[in-house]
Design a protein around this ligand. Structure first.
Ligand code: ZN
Length: 272
């Protein structure tokens, strides 16, 4: 009798869950610079603003919003079997970024010479190639670790206005730490780029984690990985340095969802 009851409940549970209404869970914040993991076991296809997202076999998907993302996005979910359509209207919260105005600076007369410009162009090409690689992974990245211990010395989105000229917003998180401090991969993944001696970024590593997600590590001292290596979350990939254009030792850490820069602080907040 007891087993019959258990069977009944199991049967009921299975039926109930497979026929339950379209219930999407979200982990993360709908905010500029934010990254969100969605979960819907009934989903067959998911679209963000009409772009199809990669869906894991368990129904997980990931999407992000850039620094200046517009107020509203829409998420469309098509269910398996029933083809039922669900729309989620997403209000993306606007942020105020730190703006630093510095006037009265002596104008810089030195601009990079042709040799350096050639080098900068070559570096940009390599970084662009690294960022456009993709990884098909069966493992869905659900948690991320801070890549180095240290004080946060620069935040995502901040911008300096020097003598009235707007500089590029800061696209990542700066972690100040002594030279030689270990740098760990934020999640499992594959090395998309490991390159030394870039003019601006110094020694640099890009790791792909699947689902369009990538992390980038700059100004490194040592690099312990090479292109194509598979890495585990927390694996040491190198050390903090002050290579490239820097004023002191630190790790500049970038997070990308496809080509969109995401706030690393918000990536660390996702916990699942
Ligand atoms: Zn930085």
């Amino acid at each position: 009798m007891f087993f019959k009851i258990i069977h009944f409940f199991l049967f009921f549970f299975i039926c109930a869950s497979s026929f339950s209404s379209n219930d999407t869970k979200f982990y993360g914040k709908f905010i500029q610079g934010g990254i969100v993991i969605g979960e819907n076991s009934l989903a067959k296809k998911v679209f963000l603003d009409n772009n199809e997202l990669i869906l894991s076999k368990d129904g997980f998907f990931i999407f992000g919003f850039g620094r200046n993302h517009k107020n509203i996005s829409s998420l469309k979910i098509i269910e398996k079997n029933t083809e039922k359509l669900t729309f989620h209207k997403i209000n993306v919260k606007k942020r105020d970024y730190k703006i630093e105005v510095i006037d009265g600076l002596a104008p810089k007369m030195v601009s990079p010479g042709p040799e350096i410009l050639k080098k900068i162009k070559k570096d940009r090409l390599l970084i662009g190639n690294g960022l456009s690689k993709s990884l098909v992974s069966n493992i869905f990245p659900l948690s991320f670790v801070k890549p180095a211990e240290g004080r946060t010395s620069g935040v995502f989105g901040s911008q300096r206005i020097l003598n009235g000229i707007k500089k590029n917003p800061h696209g990542g998180m700066d972690i100040a730490a002594p030279i030689g401090t270990p740098i760990k991969s934020s999640a499992d993944g594959k090395v998309f780029l490991a390159e030394e001696d870039m003019y601006y970024t110094g020694n640099i590593v890009i790791i792909g984690h699947g689902h369009g997600l990538k992390t980038m590590y700059m100004h490194m001292n040592d690099i312990y990985v090479k292109n194509g290596d598979l890495v585990k979350q927390g694996q040491e990939i190198g050390t903090v340095g002050m290579t490239g254009r820097v004023t002191g030792p630190h790790l500049h850490w970038n997070v990308y969802w496809y080509k969109t820069k995401i706030d690393p602080e918000l990536l660390l907040l996702i916990s699942k």
